[in-house]
Every structure is written in structure tokens, then in C-alpha cells.
Design a protein around this ligand. Sequence first.
Ligand SMILES: [Zn+2]
Length: 265
Amino acid sequence: MIKVNRGPEPKNLVTIRISHLSRIRNLGRPPKSDDIYGYEIVAETLWKAQHHKCCYCEHRIVKSYNDVEHYRPKTNADRSPGCNLKHGYWWLAYTWENLLFACPSCNRSHKRSFFPLENGSSSLIAESLPPSNEIPLLIDPGSSINPVEHIKFVFENQHWCAKARNESTFGEKSIEIYGLNHQDLKELRKDHYETILKPQIDAINIALSDNDMMALKKEFRRALDMLTPRNAFVCFNYDVFSEKILELQKITDLLQLPWPNPDQI
Ligand SMILES: [Zn+2]
């Protein structure tokens, strides 16, 4: 997971929000899932803003069959351990800052209606805007929190696994709720490592051992480019390169090309 930059709110979402929230308020009861629709109009904008990736697991997805996702769930929310209230955030169902684009594995199979809050945190009341006194334990990739500062990848038991960086509570809970160690994702990361990352790491390490500065610069720049948002699995790329490029500090000194810290990804 990396930060998502949505860009400006699409104008048509404003129109949709006004008309649909008016309809929902007139229901005279809490809305059900089927009552909340129309926000899908921003699917393509979000998909493109996220470089055709799921906002949580960062694997590439097509627009069809994938979901406009509500960071704060729209109809029901399981806020344990922080709060027992179960109401959804229907009034934020058409709010640009609450919308993301996610794959069914992250959204429907794992996150579902879970929205854990910190112990002692209170929930937003209807029609109020975040954050108020609400402290979610899930990382919102569209917020100012940088997911890379909270989640890292380490190799264990034959797979690259997501772990909390610096024992981050946000990282730990987000990995669990978004299902970032789901078996399918581990397989995708393994394949990505073997076909994309390992050849790049080998090219850098060989150039260094051959003392071939031109090749080293070219290959190291390529690795740096693979940390830009348009690539798949950027957060994963960062930790694999950080661990597997031999003498990383020596290379950055030689080339005068700094390696970023997690907060710079
Ligand atoms: Zn996903």
C-alpha cells in the first residue's frame, strides 16, 4: 500500500451527492446497501488516479469487476475494539475523500464492514465529518498517513510477508483487515520478485562487482524508478531492494543518488 493522490473531486460527484443524499434522507429509516448507489460514477477517475492498482494490495486490476470502495463503510460498520456502535457512514457514501478503488479480495473478502477504532475512541455521529474524535486503526491510503511508514515486507516461510514497520499498530491492524498476507497475494508477490525484482537486483549487483559505473548508474536508476507510484507493488519493491541490493550505502555514495526513506515513498 502506498499513498493515493485522488486529484480534484469530479464535478459530477457533487451533483450525484446532492441528489442521492436528499433521496436517502427522505427514506425515514437508516439506508440499506441497495439504497446507496450512484457513486460508481467515479470508478474510472479513481482507477486511473491509482495507476490501475488496488488501493490496498497494489496489484494491477482492470476497471470492470472491481469496486469503488468506501474507506468508512456505507451501511454497517464493525468498530471493535474501540466502539460498539454498528451504524454505517451513509452520509459519506458520496464524499470524494471517502472513496477509493479496490479489488474484491481486499474489499469484499477481507475488509468488508470492518472499521476498527482505537480503544476509547468515539464514532462519528450521522452527518458529521471526520475526524472529530474518531481514531480509526486502519490506514487510509488517501489520507496524510504514509502507509510505507507503517507496513514493510520481510521474507519468511518461503514467502514475502507484510509486517508492521516499527511495531506500528496501524500497520498491524491494516495488514490483518485488508488481508495483505492472503495466500493469493503471497503468490503474486513471489512471481513479481522472481520475474521483475530479482533480475534487476542481479543486474545492479553484477555492475557493482564489475566496477562498471555506467551500467551501475543505469540499473540503479531503474530500481529507483520502480519506486514511483505507476509501478505495481511499490511498497514491496522498496523493502526487497533495500534488503537485496548489496552494499546499498556504497552505491548511493558512488553515484550520489540517495536511497529514499520510507516516508519518501
Ligand atoms: Zn487489493
